[in-house]
Design a protein around this ligand. Structure first.
Ligand code: SF4
Ligand code: SF4
Length: 147
């Protein structure tokens, strides 16, 4: 049973713990602030300062659109079926006079549902467009996209 103090407030909290000295919370907070101010900062000025990533970091999947041939391999091999590709065919005029017209696939939309993606990297491994490949970083890894 909490006993009443001279200012008519109970000397303990409803949970039974002794009521803290007035202002002790403020003093504790200021102590934490002072302690933190004298420590070295742990935040990094990203993206101006790139973080040192572990060598096997997968990063976020990115696409170099100009290198994508719309072969659909990544979409077919994705175990989660979370890559969506739309494309259309375009006719390319012959390179030399008398040559044949060619058709090529043009990428319209490349999207990954990142709520399903498990970052397994299979889409990156199967992508035949080696020029798509880049170095791992915190923002982009290799062939596939985030649009
Ligand atoms: S990393 Fe994501 S998008 Fe690529 S194959 Fe794996 S689950 Fe699919
Ligand atoms: S990202 Fe690579 S695997 Fe996927 S459609 Fe483009 S070229 Fe093919």
């Amino acid at each position: 049973m909490p006993t009443a103090s001279p200012d008519h407030r109970p000397s303990s909290t409803p949970s039974g713990r002794p009521r803290p000295f007035p202002g002790s919370g403020l003093a504790k907070g200021l102590a934490v602030t002072l302690r933190t101010m004298t420590k070295k900062t742990v935040t990094a000025q990203y993206p101006d300062v790139q973080p040192e990533l572990p060598p096997r970091t997968r990063g976020v999947i990115g696409l170099f659109e100009e290198n994508c041939t719309v072969c659909m391999l990544c979409a077919r091999e994705c175990p989660d079926w979370c890559i969506y590709i739309d494309s259309h065919k375009e006719t390319v005029p012959p390179a030399a006079p008398g040559g044949r017209e060619r058709s090529r696939n043009v990428l319209d939309r490349f999207a990954i549902d990142f709520s399903l993606c498990m970052y397994c990297g299979i889409c990156i491994e199967v992508c035949p467009s080696t020029r798509c490949s880049g170095r791992p970083s915190s923002s982009t890894r290799r062939p596939t996209s985030t649009s």
